[in-house]
Write a new protein. Structure first.
Length: 209
């Protein structure tokens, strides 16, 4: 199983997000998965122009030539992708949002209705999309309510035929809140225990930085 983590923290390897991701990766690798960690801060990712060329002119190909060409290949070459982001203004980081906007070449331009009857774009039928996504997020606030926007965002994102669920650190956890995948496969099951063990250490880490 190939798992690719896309880390949207502007602090890269020095951030709290990566501190948590490392625990996730250790558990997944111990269970037999291959894990790749991609720091978006090191990539050149232009803003989506909203031209829809990737839908109607060159289907599946963006007109912007930058690092997203390679990143899209990493997405489609993964069984599971992880969106890892600090919580900024109750949402994903700017780096992560920019990356997510540029995933539009993987979506079908036609409308479809989800289980609630709302119009969504499904994934393209001619590309191999990851079977599941996971979300890792951390916040300086202790309340889980601060992650409401992220929950709504990634549930909507799952319309691309990705399976996504989240679970949260207990309300009385000594570390900052976070959410991550609960619908685990045998290759990722070991990461949850490592994440739980990292909550208290993350609190100490935040004090050091």
């Amino acid at each position: 199983m190939k798992i690719t983590v896309f880390n949207g923290s502007p602090r890269g390897a020095n951030g709290n997000t990566h501190f948590i991701v490392k625990e996730f990766a250790k558990g997944a690798e111990e269970a037999g998965a291959e894990v790749e960690n991609v720091f978006l801060v090191t990539k050149t990712i232009g803003h989506c122009r909203g031209c829809f060329s990737c839908w109607v002119v060159t289907p599946g190909k963006c007109v912007i030539e930058d690092d997203m060409t390679d990143l899209l290949q990493r997405v489609t070459g993964s069984d599971v992708i992880v969106f890892a982001t600090p919580l900024y203004v109750d949402n994903v980081s700017g780096l992560m949002k920019n990356f997510m906007d540029r995933l539009i070449p993987l979506a079908d331009p036609h409308f479809s209705r989800d289980e609630n009857g709302e119009c969504r774009h499904l994934g393209r039928g001619d590309v191999n999309l990851p079977r599941k996504i996971a979300v890792i997020s951390n916040s300086g606030f202790p309340e889980q309510s601060h992650f409401q926007v992220l929950r709504l965002l990634f549930r909507a994102t799952s319309a691309l035929n990705w399976s996504v669920k989240s679970t949260e650190a207990p309300a009385n956890s000594s570390g900052p809140g976070m959410s991550f995948s609960r619908r685990c496969s045998s290759a990722t099951r070991g990461c949850c225990a490592r994440l739980a063990a990292s909550w208290s250490r993350t609190a100490a880490f935040r004090k050091r930085r």
